[in-house]
Design a binder for this molecule. Structure first.
Ligand SMILES: C[S@@+](CC[C@H](N)C(=O)[O-])C[C@H]1O[C@@H](n2cnc3c(N)ncnc32)[C@H](O)[C@@H]1O
Length: 250
């Protein structure tokens, strides 16, 4: 494994099933929104941004190359895997938007923010990644990628997301300790009546992937036409199915 020093305190194995779900979705969503922008930069907020890229285990890199058949994600990730790295969310979003990304970032870990070359992104002056939900600034996409502590406040976070959809689409990722949390999450979303796509990956617990199950929710902004996002919802389902296929036969 080639592991860089800067991201040494990352809590999980980069390139695991959760990463494949969130990043597979992120690439499809950014590509879709980028096409709609017809040349204007995509305004992207990533307030749990992590590092620009990570060291990846050889076995994890090989599994992605051989068995994760999500072509655009693979195409973007390939040059990183080739040198023992795995691209993080901001790097992938920039590539998926063909460089036409206006990124606004935050992370509670200053070392993570320092992994981005100076001047490549705006660093938001907030205290927590969730604060972006209180700002009135418009974004094409807000990506929220917290650790499992999101669960304690999950209903409040979803309610705040629902109230933000007039000025942004939102992708949020949840690591789940128990499978039953997926049903609770789905029920909370139903109660809020949010139009969204949901994806769940049941993790059998391969050592490469840890023990968490994973969920992703994409809530399109209200300004996006319902018809337009249906095709995207289908693409997201394909990604979820491919991560689950990998999970079922690790
Ligand atoms: C799952 S990692 C992010 C991975 C990254 N989005 C990627 O895909 O490459 C979660 C990140 O959230 C950061 N974090 C934890 N609590 C936070 C908070 N309240 N506000 C902002 N960042 C936080 C951690 O330092 C960590 O880098």
């Amino acid at each position: 494994m080639n592991r860089g020093t800067t991201e040494s305190n990352v809590r999980y194995n980069p390139g695991n099933l959760g990463d494949l779900l969130k990043h597979g979705w992120l690439v499809e969503i950014v590509r879709f929104l980028h096409r709609l922008k017809t040349g204007e930069p995509l305004r992207y907020a990533d307030t749990f941004c992590g590092f620009a890229d990570y060291g990846v285990h050889d076995e994890t890199a090989q599994r992605i190359r051989d068995r994760f058949h999500v072509l655009e994600f693979r195409r973007l990730q390939e040059p990183f895997l080739d040198r023992g790295r795995y691209a993080g969310s901001v790097t992938l979003a920039g590539l998926a938007a063909e460089g036409n990304l206006r990124a606004s970032l935050f992370d509670a870990n200053p070392q993570a923010l320092a992994s981005y070359p100076a001047g490549t992104a705006e660093i938001l002056e907030i205290r927590s990644g969730y604060d972006i939900l209180d700002s009135k600034d418009p974004y094409d996409l807000i990506f929220l990628d917290p650790y499992d502590d999101v669960w304690a406040d999950c209903k409040t976070v979803l309610t705040r997301c629902a109230a933000r959809l007039d000025r942004a689409s939102i992708l949020i990722f949840f690591p789940l300790e128990a499978e039953s949390q997926w049903d609770l999450l789905a029920a909370a979303i139903d109660r809020l009546g949010i139009n969204c796509q949901r994806g769940f990956v049941k993790n059998p617990g391969n050592p490469l992937d840890g023990t968490w199950h994973f969920a992703a929710i994409f809530m399109p902004g209200t300004l996006l036409g319902l018809g337009a996002v249906l095709g995207l919802f289908g693409e997201l389902n394909v990604v979820t199915a491919r991560v689950n296929a990998l999970a079922a036969n690790p």
